[in-house]
Structures are given as structure tokens and as C-alpha cells.
Design a protein around this ligand. Structure first.
Ligand code: T46
Length: 141
């Protein structure tokens, strides 16, 4: 199991096939940050990719409430992918990770819990700039 898959996280699932299920995610319990923003991405054509960026400080938890979405992650050294295919599984993405999201099935819906409000200045949308920042140790603690 690689680093990206280690960030793969099952969400609890309460209920049965008879009455249906309820899943819950609580800040600072199930995910290691206070949620400041929630957004969702939908209506994306099949096999279309989005993302192509990293974040300076933003941390996020992604889950597919419907359909199948492959998340490609790259920390500048290691590349991995995780398929989100159930409403009760998600992936935590640290700051400093390049991401691409491929909408494998039509009608897939990607939900995102985010640690900060929207700031365009937090985005690194140039891959070479991202690699330079990794080399310079921008995200080293
Ligand atoms: C990420 C992946 C998983 C806003 O105005 N407010 C927001 O909160 C967001 C997220 C986006 N926007 C605007 C900015 C762009 O004009 O919506 C437009 C589409 O955003 P973007 O091209 O960044 O969308 P994705 O799907 O490539 O990336 C999004 C998030 O932006 C990003 O933080 O990690 O989902």
C-alpha cells in the first residue's frame, strides 16, 4: 500500500439494506481539520479530467457521493491513484499534492470538505512550478 492509499479512508455507514444508510463526517474526529467550506462537482462528461493543480496550504477530504471517480495524486516524488466508487469511502489530500480527478462514470458527483475558504492565490496551476517548490522544500515541516 502506497502513501496515497494510506490516505484512503472509509466513512462510517449506519443502517442496513432494508432502511438505507447514513454516513457522517465530523471535523477534528474523522478528518484532521475544521471544515470551512463544502463544495461539489457534478455534470462532468464521462472520462473527463479536472484538477491539474496543487495547493500551498489547503487540505481537503474528497468523496464520491455517486458514481466512480479516480483521483490521481502526485507529491512530486511518488504518483498514485485511488478509485472512489462508494459513498462511504474518501481520500484525504494534504497540502503540496498535485491532483487530477477523472470522472469515470457519467453522473458522478465529487464532494469536497475543505480546510480553508476559497483563495485563488493558494493554487499552483503550473506543474513545473510545483516541482520547483517540492525541490526547494516548500512543504517540509
Ligand atoms: C480541488 C479540486 C478537488 C470558486 O469560486 N470557489 C470555490 O470554492 C472553488 C472550489 C472554485 N471556484 C471557482 C474557481 C474556478 O473559476 O470555480 C471554478 C472552477 O474551479 P477549478 O477549475 O479549480 O475546479 P477543479 O475541479 O479543477 O478543482 C476543484 C478545486 O478548485 C480544487 O481546490 O482541489 O476541485
Amino acid at each position: 500500500m502506497g502513501w496515497a492509499e494510506m490516505e484512503y479512508k472509509k466513512i462510517n455507514k449506519i443502517g442496513t439494506d432494508v432502511e438505507g444508510y447514513l454516513s457522517v463526517i465530523e471535523s477534528m474526529k474523522d478528518i484532521p481539520f475544521e471544515v470551512k467550506r463544502f463544495y461539489y462537482i457534478y455534470g462532468v462528461p464521462k472520462m473527463r479530467k479536472r484538477g491539474f493543480h496543487a495547493h500551498k496550504k489547503l487540505e481537503q477530504y474528497l468523496f464520491a457521493i455517486n458514481g466512480k471517480i479516480r483521483i490521481y495524486l502526485d507529491d512530486g516524488n511518488v504518483k498514485e491513484s485511488v478509485l472512489l466508487s462508494k459513498p462511504n469511502e474518501g481520500v484525504f489530500i494534504h497540502k503540496g499534492v498535485w491532483r487530477e480527478m477523472e470522472f469515470v462514470e457519467k453522473n458522478s458527483i465529487l464532494c469536497v470538505l475543505a480546510s480553508h475558504h476559497y483563495e485563488e492565490d493558494d493554487y499552483i496551476r503550473d506543474y513545473d512550478q510545483f516541482l520547483d517548490m517540492v525541490c526547494q522544500g516548500y512543504w517540509k515541516e
